[in-house]
Design a protein around this ligand. Structure first.
Ligand SMILES: NC(=O)c1ccc[n+]([C@@H]2O[C@H](COP(=O)([O-])OP(=O)(O)OC[C@H]3O[C@@H](n4cnc5c(N)ncnc54)[C@H](OP(=O)(O)O)[C@@H]3O)[C@@H](O)[C@H]2O)c1
Length: 211
């Protein structure tokens, strides 16, 4: 399977590239600066220069993709341009190129800014708009909405809220990467949105409901 990861040198994205590559998948890692190439190569991916804010740079890299994952993010500086419109560009190109599945790294409370602090309002609105766009598109989707990300080791155990909101919490980036990897590669999973925090259930057991 060929999987394209946008944000492949990011903290979650780079771990995701490793997970997918070690599972035997061909991984194309999109980065928007050449100095991130080595990081993607060391994780086992093929780096390609592409900027999610420029649709024309996305067409070639997605031309053979089976699955696309949006793990890019603005870091709070250009939320409309990257977190909303960048995601929408990637969804549009994935649709045009006949990609089978789109996996979105979203956020807990995306589209519900009243659940988050004022400082995240614009970000949560932008992420919610990108999620809405994906849900109303023709492509199969999985939207993963993690709580606050940490750099802890990650216990490989999570709690999932599908249909229900979870209490605010945290989750290790490595566990988010494993969750995204499952969502990108598992058979039969489609058109699902869920929140995720650290928990006490092994990731594959917690995600068994998606099949
Ligand atoms: N932080 C949290 O607690 C939290 C909670 C829930 C969800 N999330 C979501 O999870 C996402 C990933 O988190 P993370 O920790 O992995 O963030 P990260 O390390 O900042 O990774 C985001 C990646 O996106 C890349 N990027 C930025 N603009 C781009 C563009 N125009 N085109 C292509 N790539 C671009 C960045 O590259 P450069 O560094 O080179 O700009 C970076 O590698 C966040 O963006 C956020 O939406 C975060």
């Amino acid at each position: 399977m060929q999987i394209v990861v946008a944000g492949a040198a990011g903290a979650v994205g780079n771990k995701l590239v490793s997970e997918l590559a070690s599972g035997g998948h061909s991984v194309v890692g999109l980065v928007h600066s050449q100095d991130k190439f080595t990081q993607v190569e060391e994780a086992g991916g093929m780096p390609v220069l592409a900027d999610v804010t420029d649709k024309s740079t996305l067409e070639d890299p997605l031309s053979d993709a089976d699955v696309v994952v949006f793990a890019a993010g603005s870091g709070g500086n250009a939320v409309d341009e990257v977190d909303r419109d960048g995601a929408i560009n990637l969804i549009d190109v994935a649709n045009e190129q006949g990609v089978d599945r789109f996996v979105m790294l979203s956020s807990m409370a995306a589209g519900e800014p009243e659940r988050g602090p004022d400082s995240l309002r614009d970000y949560l609105v932008a992420k919610g708009e990108a999620d809405d766009y994906l849900q109303s598109s023709d492509i199969e989707y999985v939207i993963v909405k993690p709580a606050s990300l940490t750099d802890d080791g990650g216990a490989g155990e999570i709690q999932v809220g599908a249909g229900d909101s979870l209490p605010s919490g945290k989750i290790a980036r490595s566990d988010v990467a494993k969750t995204l990897s499952f969502c990108a590669t598992a058979e039969g999973i489609r058109d699902i949105t869920f929140e995720v925090i650290e928990g006490d259930e092994p990731i594959t057991d917690a995600l068994a409901f998606t099949a």
